[in-house]
Ligand binder design. Structure first.
Ligand SMILES: C[S@@+](CC[C@H](N)C(=O)[O-])C[C@H]1O[C@@H](n2cnc3c(N)ncnc32)[C@H](O)[C@@H]1O
Length: 310
């Protein structure tokens, strides 16, 4: 297997993690191991690195690549279980956590997995192939309203209404089983003049379905609170996101945890006792340079936010 994934904002995120050679670090989105390997290079023999991925193929691949390393753990799981994973490995706290969200080029390149609208294959899109629900289940069972919401919200697709209407009309005649069928439905739903501009007409809908199939937004929300909880004082958490909704979740969770008191204004004294847990290290998210975008167009929408535990 060959890996073609170019890690996004690698120098910036690794530098913000401020790696201590004897620290304990978690890469929540192992993928092809681009960021993971850079962290590992900075660790000494006393340091530990834990890599998590819900895609078993990524774990297998990195296991083959790394061989037996005493200070490395590769875990096939959802990063929303980060606390349980770390506790089961015997760690009480960690010094740094990295998330590089979304799908890897490697997964997109594996044609049979159904992530790409460029291939005609079964409509799957599961990052974790042990999961039951596939994209095929969503397009054939969700109501028109639910489909519209998913396509509009996760795909930021202005033709969401029409696309879901066309999906529902099609499936009344025949089950939608392949990416090819879905691409045709989308092309028929979007007026020709709108299809001539911008990216591939199916890009947004495919992104939306992938996010829904893999429950990406809820996993992130659940994971971030626990991640901050298991950070040691001065430990850092860095998140690279690719979608405005993801970035909004990261920004809001960090902002909430960095805030001291949450009492309504006008109270004579604080009754909530909420204490700030974080210092925000990136007032504005870090974005890729023009040069990085030129070399790796996939980095175009990336945003990096980082915090430090206080
Ligand atoms: C953008 S790739 C990471 C690429 C990696 N940083 C590199 O440089 O090679 C994201 C990876 O995170 C995994 N992933 C996405 N959501 C996840 C979740 N909730 N739990 C665990 N892994 C997840 C995907 O399967 C994918 O392999």
């Amino acid at each position: 297997m060959s890996l073609q994934h170019i890690p996004v904002l690698k120098e910036e995120s690794i530098s913000l993690l401020n790696i201590k050679p004897n620290g304990v670090y978690v890469d929540c989105t192992l993928g092809g191991g681009g960021h993971f390997t850079s962290i590992l290079e900075k660790l000494g023999t006393d340091g530990f690195l834990i890599g998590i991925d819900k895609d078993k193929r990524m774990i297998k691949l990195m296991n083959e690549k790394l061989g037996d390393r005493k200070n490395v753990f590769l875990i096939h799981d959802n990063f929303k279980n980060i606390k349980k994973i770390i506790t089961n490995l015997g760690f009480k706290e960690v010094d740094g956590i990295l998330y590089d969200l979304g799908v890897s080029s490697y997964q997109l390149d594996e044609k049979e997995r159904g992530f790409s609208y460029m291939e005609d294959v079964p409509l799957d899109m599961r990052m974790n192939e042990e999961q039951e629900i596939k994209a095929e289940d969503l397009v054939n069972t969700l109501s028109e309203k639910e489909l519209t919401e998913i396509i509009r919200e996760y795909g930021e697709e202005k033709w969401a209404n029409r696309i879901s209407k066309f999906i529902v009309a099609y499936r009344e005649q025949e089950r939608i089983k392949t990416t090819g069928q879905l691409v045709e439905i989308i092309k028929n739903a979007i007026p020709a003049r709108a299809r001539r501009r911008g990216p591939h007409p199916a890009k947004r809908t495919f992104q939306a379905l992938r996010i829904a199939v893999n429950d990406e937004m809820d996993s992130l929300k659940e994971s971030l609170y626990d991640a901050v909880d298991i950070l040691a004082v001065e430990g850092r958490c860095c998140v690279i996101s690719f979608h405005s909704l993801e970035d909004r979740i990261v920004k809001r969770v960090f902002k909430y945890l960095a805030k001291d008191c949450e009492c309504p204004p006008g109270l004579p004294e604080c009754v909530c006792n909420k204490k700030s847990e974080l210092k925000i290290l990136t007032k504005k998210p870090i974005i890729p340079t023009k040069q990085e975008i030129g070399q790796n167009p996939r980095s175009r929408s990336a945003k990096l936010r980082a915090v430090e535990k206080v």
